[in-house]
Write a protein that binds this ligand. Sequence first.
Ligand code: THU
Length: 136
Amino acid sequence: MDDKTLFSRALEARTQAYAPYSHFTVGAALLCTDGTVYTGCNIENAAFSPTVCAERVAFFKAVSEGRREFAAIAIAGAQEGAAPDSPCAPCGVCRQVMAEFCRADTFRLLLGTAPENIRVYTLAQLLPLAFSGEML
Ligand code: THU
């Protein structure tokens, strides 16, 4: 799947976001190396801390269905009801989850506002000096 299509899937997933507290809605589309795509949206909670980001929803859906090899993730976020006007960067917790399953030098993160306006980063760029299982 090309980058533009993957970003479109993130925009589509964003429409399912449940964000009654922050009113900031996020969608993510995770591309597995076998070509399958898992999407996610943020799901908030009145107790706040149970809130889960769109990226982790996508990862946990994929891992729970047996996927372990990932190529890229597209992320789109903005105020509820508005189109993205700036890239939505993944939070640190989500970057750490990505580091658990993805190769830092090859896993690609597509951040942007629209399919025609995407910047691509590697996980190594967004999470340098990551803590990993190799250190345990
Ligand atoms: N959020 C995400 O889903 N992904 C991100 O990359 C940044 C933040 C969510 C969490 C929360 O529901 C809302 O956006 C505001 O932080």
